[in-house]
Design a protein around this ligand. Sequence first.
Ligand SMILES: C[S@@+](CC[C@H](N)C(=O)[O-])C[C@H]1O[C@@H](n2cnc3c(N)ncnc32)[C@H](O)[C@@H]1O
Length: 221
Amino acid sequence: MRKQRALVTAVDLERSSVVANNTMNRERGLTGVNSYARELGVDLLAHLADRPAPSWLDLCSGEGRALREAASALPADAVLTAVDLVGPLAPGPTPPTLEEIIASVSTWTPTRTYDLITCVHGLHYIGDQLGLLTRAASWLSEDGLLTAHFDPDSIRRPDGTPAGRAAITALRASGFRYSPRHHRVTLHGPRSITLPFTYVGADPDAGPNYTGQPAVGSYYT
Ligand SMILES: C[S@@+](CC[C@H](N)C(=O)[O-])C[C@H]1O[C@@H](n2cnc3c(N)ncnc32)[C@H](O)[C@@H]1O
């Protein structure tokens, strides 16, 4: 019999040491060794090229370096939105095409759709990960791309048994792809999704995940 975990709300999770961990890598740029291109295996600028007013939403954006670098390569009518719990940390003026929002992605909702939505090693700190993926799926523009790191091992039933396989099956049935090798989910084009999971709370003491960093456990019936 597994030990029942003490689950916490989103507010308590966001105050917990696992989310406030200041050793997290928040500094990834657009390209190079420590970058979104490397972590996501996608040429993000190529995805945005040749679109009128290209738009990119980065969830759990950290210092926002990738979007800042993209801003200088994209047209003046580009729309770049960075959302993170912690205020923008990167030094220097904010490019005019970049909006940096301090908010929890668990409650924040955009007022428009995006050609590209990324969440680079951000879901590991979110309680209702499946809820965020479901909401983000509806924020894509036609032909938009959503790509995010996702660890199925973090998805659990209230008694602690793994539910990652069931989550992947449900995500795939809804149009997502999942690469176990890269721990990445991707979705092309907007979807209105209902997953057969009800969120019940988060475990901030789940311990390190595949990245080696402490991460959150997400519990669902
Ligand atoms: C590992 S860092 C990755 C940052 C950035 N994506 C990068 O790769 O450089 C995870 C980020 O998630 C943010 N985060 C954690 N919980 C969040 C929440 N509920 N809403 C918004 N951001 C959150 C943290 O503040 C942190 O900046």
